[in-house]
Design a binder for this molecule. Structure first.
Ligand code: S3P
Length: 436
C-alpha cells in the first residue's frame, strides 16, 4: 500500500510564531456531547483529524444531522438518536470508543462499537466492568472491541478508579446521565477534566469537589447545546516545544494553546529541566485557560518524573523521551505504565525506534531511564500507526546527524493534520513525500 514518509533534515533553527490544530479531547467531546444536547451545537476551531472524524461519523450514524462550514466549523442538531444500521466504527480513536460506549449503554436500542485492528488491541475491561456494575448489558470480545451493547436499566454506583484515566471517568459520567440515583467516581490522580467542565456548562447535574478527586453525577438534567471555540491542543504544542528546546538557536512562540492545568505537566517538567519555556495565560476558551507558549533553545538537565505529574503529561512521553536523550545527566520516568496500553506500547516502541538513531534507553516496567546527552544519527524509522510516535521521531530527527526518514507518516493526521507544514513554517526542514 502506498504510504507517506516524513523526511527530516537537521540543522535549521526554529523561529516564528504559529498555532496548532484544535484540542483533540475537546473536539471528541464537542461532537459526542453535542449529539446529546437538545438543539444546535456550534463549534469553531474543531479538530478535523482521523480520530475526531471517526467520532463525528459515529454520531451521524446515530442520526445526528451535521452541517460543516469549512473544515473546522460544525453545527450539530442533537437530542435524538436512531438505532444504528451498522456497527459504530471508531477506527483508531480510544477516546471515541470509550466515551461513546458510556452513552450507548443508556440507549433504548442495541449497538455494536468497533474499530481498527489497533483499537481492538486496547483494553476495554476498564470500562466494561464498572459499566456492568451500573447494570449495563455490555459484552466485549475477551475484554476488547468489538463491544456489544443492549438496552438495560442503569443505577448509580460509587466507583473508585484503580487508574487515573479520563476516558474511564468520562464513560462512567456519561452512563450516569442515564442512571437512577447518584454516581460518585473517585480518581487516584488529576486526569483531564474536560468532560466535567463541558457537561457542567451544558447544565448537567454534576459536581466535582475542590481537588477534583471525586465527581458526583445524577441524571435528569436537560443538556443545553454549546456554542464555543476549541483552543489549540497542548499535546500537539509539545512537539514544536521540544523541537525548539533541542535545536540550537531556536526561538518560537505558540499561540492560542489550551492551558487546562490537567494538560500542562510537560511544560512544568521541561521548565524543571532548565528549559526556557514561558507559559502566559491570555484568556479563556470553552472554560479552559488559553495562552501563549514561548520557547528558546536551552541546555536541558536530566530530571526524575513520577507521581501526580505523570497523568498531566501522559500523551507527551514519546516526545519527552527525545528531550531526555538530549538532556545532561540521568532522566528517570516512573509510574507511567499506562504508556504500554496507548495506541502502541509507547515505552517499547519509542525505545525501539530511537535505538535505530543510536540511542541507549533502559526500559522499565513503568517508564524508562536514559543518560544524556546522546548523539543521534539519522536513520529510517517507523511510526507504527501511532501519531505521537511518528511526530516524536520527526523531533528526534531534527537533533540527529544526517537525514531521518519516518515511514508511516500519515498517522500523524490522527491528531495533527498539517504537522510537517506547521514544523516547516517554523523553519524546520521537514517534508512529506509519498512512499512506495
Ligand atoms: C484522553 C484521555 C487519555 C489520553 C488520551 C485522551 C481523553 O487517555 O491518553 O489521548 O480525551 O479523555 P486515558 O484516559 O486512557 O488515560
Amino acid at each position: 500500500m502506498a504510504a507517506d514518509q516524513f523526511i527530516v533534515q537537521p540543522g535549521q533553527a526554529l523561529h516564528h510564531e504559529t498555532t496548532v490544530p484544535g484540542d483533540k479531547s475537546i473536539s471528541h467531546r464537542a461532537v459526542l456531547f453535542g449529539a446529546l444536547a437538545q438543539g444546535e451545537t456550534h463549534v469553531r476551531g474543531w479538530l478535523a483529524a482521523g480520530d475526531t472524524e471517526a467520532s463525528l461519523r459515529a454520531v451521524q450514524t446515530l442520526g445526528v444531522a451535521v452541517e460543516r462550514h469549512g473544515r473546522n466549523e460544525l453545527t450539530l442538531h442533537g437530542g435524538t438518536f436512531r438505532q444504528p444500521a451498522a456497527p459504530l466504527d471508531l477506527v483508531n480513536a480510544g477516546t471515541g470508543i470509550r466515551l461513546l460506549t458510556g452513552i450507548m449503554v443508556g440507549q433504548p436500542f442495541p449497538s455494536i462499537l468497533d474499530g481498527s485492528a489497533q483499537l481492538r488491541r486496547r483494553p476495554m475491561n476498564r470500562i466494561i466492568n464498572p459499566l456492568r456494575e451500573m447494570g449495563a448489558d455490555i459484552e466485549g470480545t475477551a475484554g476488547y472491541a468489538p463491544l456489544y451493547v443492549r438496552p438495560a436499566a442503569l443505577r448509580g454506583i460509587r466507583y473508585d478508579m484503580p487508574v487515573a484515566s479520563a476516558q474511564v471517568k468520562s464513560a462512567l459520567i456519561l452512563a450516569a446521565l442515564f442512571a437512577n440515583g447518584e454516581t460518585v467516581i473517585t480518581q487516584p490522580g488529576p486526569a483531564r477534566d474536560h468532560t466535567e467542565r463541558m457537561l457542567m456548562s451544558m447544565g448537567a447535574n454534576l459536581t466535582s469537589d475542590n481537588s477534583g478527586s471525586a465527581v458526583h453525577v445524577r441524571s435528569g438534567a436537560r443538556l443545553h447545546p454549546l456554542n464555543f471555540t476549541v483552543p489549540g491542543d497542548a499535546s500537539s504544542a509539545a512537539f514544536p516545544t521540544v523541537a525548539a528546546l533541542i535545536v540550537p538557536e531556536s526561538a518560537i512562540r505558540l499561540t492560542n494553546i489550551n492551558l487546562n492545568p490537567t494538560r500542562t505537566g510537560i511544560f512544568d517538567v521541561l521548565q524543571a529541566m532548565g528549559g526556557d519555556v514561558a507559559v502566559e495565560e491570555t484568556g479563556t476558551a470553552a472554560g479552559d485557560p488559553v495562552g501563549t507558549i514561548t520557547v528558546r533553545h536551552s541546555i536541558l538537565r536530566g530530571v526524575e518524573v513520577g507521581g501526580e505529574v505523570v497523568v498531566r503529561m501522559i500523551d507527551e512521553f514519546p516526545v519527552f523521551m527525545v528531550a531526555a536523550l538530549l538532556a545532561e545527566g540521568e532522566t528517570i520516568v516512573r509510574d507511567a505504565q499506562e504508556l504500554r496500553v496507548k495506541e502502541t506500547d509507547r515505552i517499547a516502541v519509542m525505545a525501539g525506534e530511537l535505538r535505530k538513531l543510536g540511542a541507549q534507553i533502559e526500559e522499565l516496567p513503568d517508564g524508562f531511564r536514559v543518560v544524556g546527552p546522546q548523539r543521534l544519527r539519522g536513520a529510517v524509522v517507523d511510526g507504527h500507526d501511532d501519531h505521537r510516535v511518528a511526530m516524536s521521531m520527526v523531533v528526534a530527527g531534527l537533533a540527529a546527524e544526517g537525514v531521518t526518514h519516518v515511514h508511516d507518516a500519515r498517522c500523524a493526521a490522527d491528531s495533527f493534520p498539517g504537522y510537517a507544514e506547521t514544523m516547516a513554517s517554523l523553519g524546520a526542514a521537514v517534508r512529506v513525500e509519498a512512499l512506495g
